[in-house]
Design a protein around this ligand. Structure first.
Ligand SMILES: Cc1cc2nc3c(=O)[nH]c(=O)nc-3n(C[C@H](O)[C@H](O)[C@H](O)COP(=O)(O)OP(=O)(O)OC[C@H]3O[C@@H](n4cnc5c(N)ncnc54)[C@H](O)[C@@H]3O)c2cc1C
Length: 362
């Protein structure tokens, strides 16, 4: 018997990780991406990783396995996506308070003196960052080196045999046959209406990317409690990357999801609000060149957990989405788990909490 042909729909981090582990296991994954690899949340997220922040939830085994896999992947493919262990702090900025006389030491000079650390949330042993687009592309490239292929097309339907089992997909008007199909289209996973999946919600997040003039800053990530002069309260997140850029995200919203991933664009007013906030809590950052003003949608299930595994009533079809705020972290163990399920191996992590037919998703 030849190797198993698996169509993976979607070239985000979940599709890339699934293709990587399938290829490494000797299968023949074919990734189909309609716009560009990492064009969605997988290229525009923070790329923040934490070992134990999902402890106590059903995500714990997936997150812990993923954190370990991230380190292994970075060691196996060094310098590819800026994997960087970081110190993670909770900071508070209260615009109504007068600035401290002397800023605590060890913080980047670009923070305002009224932005003060209140808690250490993680150490370089428990928190790390990656460049999300480089990670997604890097994993897919490694998958291709191991035998995967990438097709530039829009998946519009599944192909089925008369018994209802899935025999491939229709993409770009053509049929592509496969032994199994994995839907990893992020917030667009419901678009294949002939497959009965529970609703995947789309939550928007905005972000800005700055380039520091003096090169990479300290290896840090910040979760900021921001109290504006007008009494507003926000929680921006800051990630200092090894390539000398600093990423700031915040201001979640739920506008309608554009049907075409290529049409996702930031709201100018939201980007301006985020920049005004950065000007207050990190003036040295706000005066640096802005490389990107962007928005993206994360896929979210009603109970907040990912949707992973076989699709009932559609033998041969699998889904991998719904990772919400932890898709970059949980991609490696998701890819490993889904590859095992597709290949009929017994997985190292119990997939039951993520099953498509679990209760409470309707
Ligand atoms: C602002 C923000 C910050 C975040 N920060 C973090 C973080 O710090 N750490 C963390 O772990 N997670 C973070 N996340 C979450 C993470 O980014 C997501 O969970 C993850 O990227 C989802 O990946 P995905 O592959 O499921 O979806 P996507 O990245 O959306 O990929 C889906 C792909 O499918 C393609 N596609 C869609 N329809 C079709 C079709 N019909 N045919 C072919 N291809 C199709 C799309 O073009 C897209 O490339 C953040 C998310 C946001 C929005």
């Amino acid at each position: 018997m030849g190797s198993m042909r698996v169509v993976v729909c979607g070239g985000g981090v979940i599709g890339a990780a699934t293709a990587y582990f399938l290829a490494k296991a000797g299968a023949e994954p074919i990734v189909i991406e309609r716009t560009a690899v990492a064009c969605g949340a997988s290229g525009k997220s923070g790329g923040f990783l934490a070992l134990d922040w999902c402890d106590g939830s059903p995500l714990q085994p997936l997150a812990r396995r993923s954190f370990a896999l991230h380190r292994q992947l970075a060691e196996a493919m060094p310098e590819r996506w800026g994997y960087r262990p970081v110190t993670t702090l909770h900071l508070q900025h209260d615009a109504r308070r007068s600035p401290a006389n002397d800023q605590p030491t060890g913080l980047p000079a670009w923070l305002d003196s009224a932005t003060i650390p209140t808690q250490r949330l993680g150490t370089p042993e428990t928190t790390a960052v990656i460049h999300p687009a480089a990670f997604t592309r890097g994993l897919l490239e490694a998958a291709r080196e191991a035998g995967a292929s990438l097709v530039d097309a829009t998946v519009t339907d599944l192909a089925r045999r008369s018994d209802g089992s899935v025999s491939g997909v229709v993409a770009g008007g053509e049929s592509i046959s496969a032994d199994a199909v994995v839907i990893a289209m992020g917030p667009w996973s419901n678009l294949l209406t002939t497959l009965d999946l529970p609703p995947v919600h789309a939550l928007e997040g905005s972000s800005l990317v700055f380039r520091l003039e003096d090169g990479p800053t300290e290896p840090v990530a910040f979760f900021v409690d921001y109290l504006g002069a007008d009494g507003t309260h926000d929680s921006p997140e800051v990630v200092a990357r090894s390539d000398g850029t600093v990423y700031v995200s915040g201001l979640s919203a739920q506008p309608p999801l554009p049907a075409d991933p290529g049409h996702v664009a930031p709201q100018p007013a939201t980007a301006d609000r985020l920049l005004a906030m950065v000007r207050a809590f990190a003036p040295g950052l706000a005066s640096s060149p802005v490389l990107a003003r962007q928005a993206c949608f994360r896929p979210v299930m009603r109970d907040g957990l990912p949707l992973l595994g076989p699709v009932p009533d559609a033998p041969g079809a699998f889904v991998a989405t719904g990772h919400s705020v932890w898709g970059m972290l949980n991609a490696p163990a998701t890819g490993e788990l889904v590859a095992d399920l597709v290949l009929g191996k017994s997985p190292g992590i119990d997939p039951a909490p993520f099953a498509v037919d679990r209760r409470g998703l309707g």
